[in-house]
Structures are given as structure tokens and as C-alpha cells.
Design a protein around this ligand. Structure first.
Ligand code: NAP
Ligand code: MG
Length: 499
């Protein structure tokens, strides 16, 4: 307090503006001690009796025991799905199918707080994101595809769309419920039945979703949830009773699945990794670009396949942009996922934290300059501070490989041609961002970027009506929009005109 203030008797000016904790109540979620497999509308015990523990990554506290499905369990799930497909679901009037999807969407909305808390608890993501992004988008996907269920003939005129049969779906841990929604909604809308495996570290929202299916009175066996690790996924992939595999996950596993399915009649879509370029031109609205950069790489701790992990900045604004970015990083709040003020939550697993730490070390070793804002990380759980690397060369591993963590690599360019060349210099091709004031430049650059999604003056925007998917090693096939229905349909040859 200054002499003047003391004389006036004024209250001391606070020097520390930290927020008081604002935790979301956890008791809306009631967990069981142990979960079975959801097959044919019932909970069954795994054949092997094998289970594993799922935890809260922000505290390492055990949450529940989860069943490890083996080959016999996967077979039971496929039989249940086949029987549901043949005995009613595929023949159901499409408008009736739509009603179930609408019902699921509405129940997700009604129970969204419960799901949001569970998603943050089991996955480590901030409640602000699970509440405002994962849940509304998951419900929106069911609403959107409910609308198509009885309009398939219009969606694909003269092509006579028919369901495929049983879809095997394998999803990752970064958006557990949203990835489930992306997969289950179009499959059901098209008249298929489903066997889905959630990721090993985040099974709980998929298991709670079984409760929604019961509440919606979805016929038994239409959706079956089998939990387990990669072995369970591999059993689904090779099961002869499955007609289509939809996989979202790493490029390595995606390649193995493609090899396994080569020569088989099974349909396949792969949504794999990415190393997106977020390109900022010197005429970009800088403050908005900073927000887009931050949202691009620190959203969901950077556990985002389309994360803007390579920032390409035009040289003339480099110093100014980096100064602003560092300042903005200092305002990010890292901490408890259930705190409503948290911007960056916990890393999803020990394994993922090890991977991030290893790649960050290569960045230091190869000669990049690291910046992390001062922040105190909790002692228990898995944490990594928001990180920016400058002085990054294109050959560095942190510029080439997907880190899947809150780590940004910054590179520079002088001309639009150089920007495009650098942006495309990656085996991936999932997404990209362009920041410039000029509409003509947006169009010119976006056309030349080899990426499935290009955001202009924004980043990480999703809408169920907009198809999402990759080029090159980011996979093939699209999810979302009309394009997202096609992989779940086969087409009977149309009647010749006039007959
Ligand atoms: P992952 O290891 O490939 O796992 C994805 C899913 O596949 C999990 O359910 C996993 O089970 C299962 N799996 C593992 N090995 C398998 C095998 N041999 N056969 C069949 N299934 C198998 O990937 P992740 O580490 O969970 O997720 C991160 C990766 O996913 C990143 O590379 C990211 O870019 C990518 N991703 C892409 C998108 C997209 O839309 N393009 C979206 C999200 C994530 P376990 O959980 O037991 O390992
Ligand atoms: Mg894995």
C-alpha cells in the first residue's frame, strides 16, 4: 500500500487476481463399481472375466472396473447386431427409425450436465468444453441424422440406398461421446446396426449412453457396446460377421486395419491423425488470429486430430504476433477439469503424457526455442503446460509428427507460395487454417491446401451438416453431412429411365 493510500485509509489494491475455485458438482454422476458389456440390450460379463480400471487422469483416482471383451464377447455382440438388423431394424419404416434418433438426441440434451461432468471426469477435458462443445455437438449429430433417416431416397436420387448390415466402430479417447455420436447417428439413420468399442482410457460416457438407449427404448441389439483395449478393436476388425468398419484413431493402427481388410468385402472409412498448418498472413486481424491460434492448439489440451499444431506466420508480423501470443498464454488457466474457470485440463493418460514429453525433448535437442508461461501444475495426475516452440525447422520431429498435446510449433514464411508449400509439406492432410483480411486470398490459398477442412479466420469449428475427413495419411471417407451417410449405404442399380 502506498503512503498516500495509507493516509486515506483506502483498502489495499489487490495484487493477485486469481479466481476462486468454481467446481462443477460431481454428484450428478453416479458410477457403478463395475461395468459389463452391453450386448443385445443387456449387461453381460466378459467371457474371460478380465477387467481393467478406468481412472480420472487429473487425480489418478480409480473410477470403475471395466470389462475386457474377448473374441467370444465380440462374436456375441455381432450376433446380437445381426439379429436386430434382420429381425426388424432394417425393415422398420425410416420415419420410425428417425423417431428413435430424435429421442436419443433429446435425452442427451436433457442429461447433458451429467454427461459433461462424466466426460471431464474420465477424460480430463475442461468442463467448459465438455459442456459447451462435446455435449451440444453430440446431440446435434443425432438431430441432424434423424432428419435424413426418412429422406435417403431424396439424398441419393435414382440410386436406391440400402443399409449395409452390421457396422463395427472403433473410436479414440479425445472426444469419447462426440466420436460415438459421429459414428452411431449416421449408421442408425441409414438402417444399420452397430458394435462399438470406446477407447480403453475413456469408456464411461459410452457406457452411460447405453442407459440412454434403454430410456429411448431402442430395440435390443441395434447398438452394442464392447469395452476393451486394442485387442478388442482388432477382434471387431477381423470378425467375418461385420460389413463395415469405421475407425478413428492413429495412423499406425489405421494402416494395420487397412492391411487386414485388403481383399475382403468389408467397407472401410479411416479418420486418422493430422499436423495442421494454421497460416497467418500479415494483413490478418491479429487479435482474432491469436484467439484462433490458442483455440487451435490448446483446445482439449491439443488432443485434437485437426489441431492447428504448426503455426505458419508471415515474417513481417512475426515478432509482434509472438509477443501477443506469449502474453495470451499467460492468461490460460491450467487445472482441475471440473473447475468452470479452467481453460486447459489434464492430459488423458500417462502414456500420452510420456509421448508428449518425449517429442518436446526432441524439440529442445534439435535446437528449437521453448516457451511455457509460468503456471503451477497439480502434483497428482497427468499435466503439461501450454507450450510454444519457436525457431523450428521443417525437418524437426515437432514440425513433422503429431504430438497430440498442448504444444505449438511456429515456422515462418515470406510469400503465399512458400506458405502453401510449407503447409502441404506433411504426410497428413486433415485440416488447415488461413488468416487474412482478403477474401480472394482465402479462396486462392484454401484451394491449394491439401487438407479435408480449411477454416478461414476461425478454427476448430464443427457442424453436423459439414463433412469432415482427410487426405493422404489422415485417412479417407467423410463423417458429417450427406457425405457421412454414404459409407453406411450400398446402392442398388437404379431403374433405367422409362421402364
Ligand atoms: P489409437 O491407439 O489408434 O486408438 C484408437 C482406437 O483404436 C482405440 O479404441 C484403440 O483402443 C483402438 N485400437 C488400438 N489398437 C487397435 C488395433 N490393432 N485394432 C483395432 N483397434 C485398435 O489412437 P488413440 O491413441 O486412441 O487416439 C489418438 C489418435 O487418433 C491420434 O493420432 C489422432 O489424430 C487420431 N484421431 C483422429 C480423429 C479424426 O477424426 N481424424 C479424431 C480423433 C483422433 P485402445 O484405446 O485400447 O488403444
Ligand atoms: Mg491407443
Amino acid at each position: 500500500m502506498s503512503e498516500l493510500e495509507r493516509k486515506r485509509g483506502a483498502a489495499p489494491v489487490p495484487v493477485d487476481w486469481t479466481y476462486a475455485p468454481a467446481p462443477e458438482a460431481r454428484d450428478i454422476v453416479s458410477l457403478r463399481e463395475r461395468y459389463g458389456l452391453y450386448v443385445g440390450g443387456d449387461w453381460i460379463e466378459p467371457h474371460s472375466g478380465e477387467t481393467f480400471t478406468t481412472i480420472d487422469p487429473s487425480t489418478e483416482e480409480p473410477l470403475a472396473e471395466i470389462a475386457q471383451a474377448g473374441p467370444e464377447d465380440v462374436s456375441l455382440a455381432v450376433e446380437a447386431a445381426r439379429s436386430a438388423f434382420e429381425n426388424g431394424w432394417s425393415a422398420l419404416a425410416p420415419s420410425e427409425r428417425a423417431k428413435y434418433l430424435f429421442r436419443i438426441a433429446r435425452i442427451l440434451q436433457e442429461r447433458s450436465r451429467e454427461f459433461a461432468v462424466l466426460e471431464s471426469l474420465n477424460g480430463g477435458k475442461p468442463i467448459r468444453e465438455s459442456r459447451d462443445v462435446d455435449l451440444p455437438l453430440s446431440a446435434a449429430h443425432f438431430f441432424y441424422y434423424a432428419g435424413w433417416a426418412d429422406k435417403l431416397e431424396y439424398a441419393f436420387p435414382n440410386r436406391t440406398p440400402r443399409p449395409l448390415g452390421v457396422a463395427g466402430q472403433i473410436i479414440p479417447w479425445n472426444f469419447p461421446l462426440l466420436m460415438l455420436a459421429w459414428k452411431v447417428a449416421p449408421a442408425l439413420a441409414a438402417g444399420n446396426t452397430v458394435v462399438l468399442k470406446p477407447a480403453e482410457t475413456t469408456p464411461l460416457s459410452a457406457l452411460l449412453f447405453c442407459d440412454v438407449l434403454r430410456q429411448a427404448e431402442l430395440p435390443q441389439g441395434v447398438v452394442n457396446i464392447v469395452t476393451g483395449d486394442g485387442r478388442t478393436g482388432a477382434e471387431i476388425v477381423k470378425h467375418p460377421g461385420i460389413d463395415k468398419i469405421a475407425f478413428t484413431g492413429s495412423t499406425d493402427v489405421g494402416k494395420a486395419i487397412q492391411r487386414e481388410l485388403a481383399g475382403s468385402r468389408k467397407k472401410l472409412t479411416l479418420e486418422l491423425g493430422g499436423k495442421a498448418a494454421n497460416v497467418v498472413f500479415d494483413d490478418a486481424p491479429l487479435d482474432q488470429a491469436i484467439e484462433g491460434i490458442v483455440n487451435g492448439i490448446y483446445f482439449n489440451q491439443g488432443h485434437v486430430c485437426c489441431a492447428g499444431s504448426r503455426l505458419l506466420v508471415q515474417e513481417s508480423i512475426y515478432e509482434q504476433l509472438i509477443a501477443k501470443l506469449k502474453r495470451r498464454l499467460g492468461t490460460l488457466r491450467v487445472g482441475a477439469p471440473l473447475d468452470k474457470n479452467t481453460d486447459v485440463g489434464a492430459i488423458n493418460s500417462r502414456q500420452q503424457l510420456d509421448k508428449i514429453e518425449e517429442l518436446v525433448q526432441t524439440g529442445r535437442d534439435e535446437g528449437a526455442e521453448i516457451y511455457q508461461p509460468p503456471c503451477r501444475l497439480p502434483e497428482r495426475g497427468y499435466w503439461f503446460a501450454p507450450t510454444v516452440f519457436t525457431n523450428v525447422a521443417q525437418s524437426y520431429r515437432i514440425a513433422q509428427e503429431e504430438i497430440f498435446g498442448p504444444v505449438l510449433s511456429v515456422l515462418t514464411f515470406r510469400t503465399p507460395d512458400e506458405a502453401v508449400e510449407k503447409a502441404n509439406n506433411t504426410p497428413y492432410g486433415l485440416s488447415a487454417g488461413v488468416w487474412t483480411e482478403k477474401g480472394s486470398r482465402i479462396l486462392a490459398v484454401a484451394q491449394r491446401l491439401r487438407a479435408g477442412v480449411v477454416w478461414a479466420n476461425t478454427y476448430n469449428r464443427f457442424d453436423p451438416a459439414s463433412p469432415f475427413g482427410g487426405y493422404k495419411e489422415s485417412g479417407f471417407g467423410r463423417e458429417g453431412g450427406l457425405h457421412g451417410l454414404e459409407p453406411y449405404l450400398r446402392f442398388e442399380s437404379s431403374e433405367p429411365f422409362g421402364s
